[in-house]
Design a protein around this ligand. Structure first.
Ligand code: HEC
Length: 154
């Protein structure tokens, strides 16, 4: 019993200690000239869906949820954001070559179709970010209409 209490106390101390380790926030607050809206044609309806379901991990502006203040959950989110932005950043879409832009769009369609994006671990908590069949179609149709109009340099 004594040992059990000691272990609990240690866990509590570690839990409190890690609360002080907070990753930097991903909130630049400004629309860059390289933003996707300034690079390719994107209807407002599609943009709204992307903002609601993807931008937390794929842009320079995350809307932070309350649990970010509780570690280690904040760390997990920070990792997803870092990884997500490295793979696809809608705020810096204009820095990609035409070929890369077309490839990323193709990849967007694939991930939306097969349901691997947004990350299931994310929609588990952010239920409103889950894509309805209509919103999925909105995105895949937009990609189908857009990717060919990006003249890919071969
Ligand atoms: C919780 C964070 C998160 C959200 C929300 C999210 N993603 Fe991702 N996404 C990631 C991470 C992390 C990766 C990299 C790991 C991987 O590929 O699974 C990634 C990778 C991708 C890739 C692969 C890029 C490539 O180079 O092939 C695409 C495409 C993508 N996401 C699209 C989307 C779209 C579209 C949405 C919204 C409908 C979305 N993601 C929502 C975290 C997220």
């Amino acid at each position: 019993m004594k040992l059990f209490k000691k272990i609990l106390l240690i866990i509590l101390i570690v839990f409190i200690a890690i609360q002080f380790i907070r990753p930097a926030r991903n909130t630049s607050g400004q629309a860059l000239p390289t933003d996707i809206t300034k690079t390719i044609n994107i209807p407002d309806k599609v943009l709204d869906v992307l903002k609601n379901s993807c931008y937390d991990c794929h842009s320079n502006n995350t809307r932070y949820p309350w649990y970010v203040n509780i570690q280690p959950f904040g760390w997990v989110l920070a990792r997803h954001i870092k990884n997500g932005k490295e793979n696809l950043n809608f705020s810096e879409f204009g820095t990609y070559s035409k070929r890369k832009q077309a490839n990323k769009l193709r990849s967007v369609r694939k991930r939306v179709k097969d349901g691997t994006m947004p990350l299931p671990s994310y929609t588990f908590i952010h239920t409103d970010a889950k894509l309805s069949p209509e919103n999925k179609k909105l995105i895949t149709d937009w990609v189908a209409n857009t990717k060919d109009s990006i003249d890919v340099i071969r």
